[in-house]
Write a protein that binds this ligand. Structure first.
Ligand code: FES
Length: 343
């Protein structure tokens, strides 16, 4: 072994020893959070600077950092986790100007019969404090595509809007909605945007819209599940050299689901998970305060300790070690038998 190799080996050993000490100190019970949420961005206190009505049941909220310092940078397609005063956590796409480092803008459609998150967001007023995490980007804007087609439906305009501005003349936007009154940010769109309210143009044919994309274009679609599914069905037949990028705001439908039972160990309550519903949905019937955010298996908010039973892991977030005794209840299920969870 050479002197250089010796030095490298000693350095590696020292690094390993330091990491061991670090792990002992920072993962000791009581120091690390019991159910840490994985996040790639920052976590900080923010203040609502302004609330603006953008469309029927849609408001935008501008957030600034408590203290007024610069906010972390972000790219089109990024979203924020917002921790509401009630403890609910929800994710919203950033829809402002990425060059403005002093404020973030998000928009929220109020869903009266939803789970209360959007109603609480609509209750926020200038001066209210919220905790935010992120920004994170799961809907990546490809910067060097030869052409772009953006298809946004309703509140799905929020991640698309900064992309449209970034794409400039290479981009084309088709914006769908029930009526103009329900479609936010109409006054911020480029002059050549194709605006198609159902009550004026009738329901749009997604395949026909995609067929108009330039061959090889990057196609971005954000909207309700039927719009996404129509795009996924037709995109590669119509444009085999293009790329399709989709973002959904709702949980994915459960595929190949089978019923199983969950017991919540702390209360002893058991609940049956139906074949078409998530474990999270079943748990929330008996524990309405069970926390979640993305409902798609990528934020880690719903990570739960598994005390007994075999899990059918359907996420791509947990490490192999974490999978031994944890699950993300928003997407993962049982392989068959009952599960006992540390809830
Ligand atoms: Fe985000 Fe389950 S709620 S991973």
């Amino acid at each position: 072994m050479t002197a250089q190799a010796d030095a490298a080996t000693i350095s590696l050993r020292m690094f390993g020893a330091v990491m061991d000490i670090y792990k002992k100190v920072f993962t000791a019970p009581g120091i690390s959070r019991p159910n840490p949420v994985r996040c790639n961005g920052f976590e900080l206190d923010a203040v609502v600077e302004s609330v603006c009505a953008e469309a029927l049941d849609v408001v935008s909220l501008t957030l600034t950092r408590l203290g007024g310092e610069q906010l972390p940078s972000w790219r089109p397609g990024s979203h924020l986790d917002v921790v509401l005063p009630s403890g609910r956590q929800r994710q919203y796409s950033l829809c402002g100007d990425p060059r403005d480092r002093r404020r973030y803008r998000i928009a929220v459609r109020r869903i009266a019969d939803g789970d209360g998150g959007s109603v609480e967001m609509h209750g926020l007023r200038p001066g209210d404090a919220v905790r935010i995490r992120g920004p994170r980007n799961a809907f990546t804007f490809v910067e060097n595509a030869p052409a772009y087609l953006f298809v946004a439906a309703g509140i799905g305009i929020t991640p698309i809007l900064p992309m449209v501005h970034a794409a400039g003349p290479r981009g084309r936007l088709v914006y769908l909605g029930r009526s103009r009154a329900s479609m936010p940010f109409l006054d911020e769109l480029p002059g050549d945007a194709d605006i198609r309210p159902d009550d004026e143009t009738g329901a749009s044919d997604i395949a026909a819209i995609l067929a108009e994309a330039t061959p090889g274009a990057a196609v971005y679609v954000c909207g309700p599940p039927p719009v996404l599914e129509a795009a996924q069905r037709s995109m590669f037949t119509l444009n085999p050299t293009g790329s399709l990028h989709t973002e959904r705001f709702s949980a994915r439908p459960v595929l190949d689901g089978r019923e199983f039972d969950i017991t919540l160990a702390r209360s002893g309550v058991s609940v049956r998970v139906g074949s078409q519903e998530s474990a999270l949905a079943a748990i929330r019937r008996v524990r309405p305060d069970a926390v979640y955010s993305c409902r798609q298996g990528f934020c880690g908010t719903c990570k739960t300790s598994v005390l007994s039973g075999a899990v059918d892991h359907r996420d791509r977030l947990l490490t192999p070690g974490e999978r031994d005794d944890h699950m993300l209840v928003c997407v993962s299920r049982s392989v068959g038998g009952p599960l006992i969870l540390d809830l």
